[in-house]
Design a protein around this ligand. Structure first.
Ligand code: ZN
Length: 254
């Protein structure tokens, strides 16, 4: 019994590197450093690309006029390009009524189905024009409601890089890859994703990340490996349920 639990946990250990807020305007010097680092350890991250960035807070960063070419280069390397919202502008308050109960402002939560589907479809159209293949989505500020999920499914997107738990799971025909911590933390087991905001990093944060990667690169997995680890059996449901309660009370997330 103990051995079978051990085997199960060994099989379900991995970290997907998710980088948030990838757009024309971003901290390119740190992005370039990360690119070199990922090449050294053969890491294929998932990038949350904003298809139509209108977030003025991001405009203070250097603009890359060759941005979409860069995204295509990343995709050719096997990096996963994910859609991170549409414009990244928050125009709704969630008052903690959002799907995961995180609270804060939102680009999607609270909008009617028509508005949400048009934002998602316009985003997907931009990626299509730029010849970028999109299989997944995560909303700015982790904020969703039922309409967001309906609109995503209707647009052919079934993978969400967000959620509680320690094992990727399927709910209402959508796959969720858990995203638990604000900092990179490697738990002794579990499959989850990071959230990395290079724009908020200084050199010291980068150095800590480089040390983290040098110690844990063998546990870092790519998007396809994450999806292969989807498990909806009773044991993984139990683990996800208990971690949800524990993490909510410990406030380790976000
Ligand atoms: Zn964001």
């Amino acid at each position: 019994m103990i051995n079978s639990i051990k085997n199960f946990l060994n099989q379900y250990t991995g970290l997907l590197i998710r980088i948030d807020d990838v757009a024309e305007n971003m901290n390119w010097s740190l992005m370039n450093k990360c690119e070199t680092l990922f090449a050294r350890y053969n890491i294929k991250p998932l990038l949350g690309v904003i298809p139509n960035n209108q977030d003025k807070e991001l405009y203070i960063y250097e603009k890359n006029v060759d941005f979409w070419n860069k995204v295509r280069t990343w995709q050719r390397k096997g990096w996963e390009i994910s859609m991170h919202g549409f414009s990244h502008v928050y125009d709704q308050e969630t008052n903690k009524k959002d799907y995961f109960g995180y609270g804060g402002r939102s680009e999607f939560f609270g909008h009617d189905h028509e508005t949400q589907i048009s934002r998602i479809k316009n985003g997907l159209r931009k990626f299509e024009e730029e010849k970028i293949n999109i299989r997944s989505f995560f909303a700015p500020n982790h904020t969703y409601d039922e309409n967001t999920f309906i609109a995503l499914k209707e647009s052919g997107i079934n993978n969400i890089i967000d959620g509680y738990g320690l094992i990727p799971y399927t709910k209402n025909n959508l796959n969720f890859v858990p995203q638990l911590f604000y900092k990179e933390i490697m738990l002794p087991f579990g499959v989850q994703s990071t959230q990395i905001h290079l724009n908020y990093w200084n050199e010291n944060d980068y150095n800590n990340f480089e040390t983290f990667i040098s110690k844990n690169y063998n546990k870092i997995i790519d998007f396809d490996q994450c999806i292969e680890k989807i498990n909806n059996n009773y044991f993984s449901k139990f683990i996800n349920f208990t971690t949800k309660s524990a993490l909510k009370s410990m406030r380790l997330f976000r």
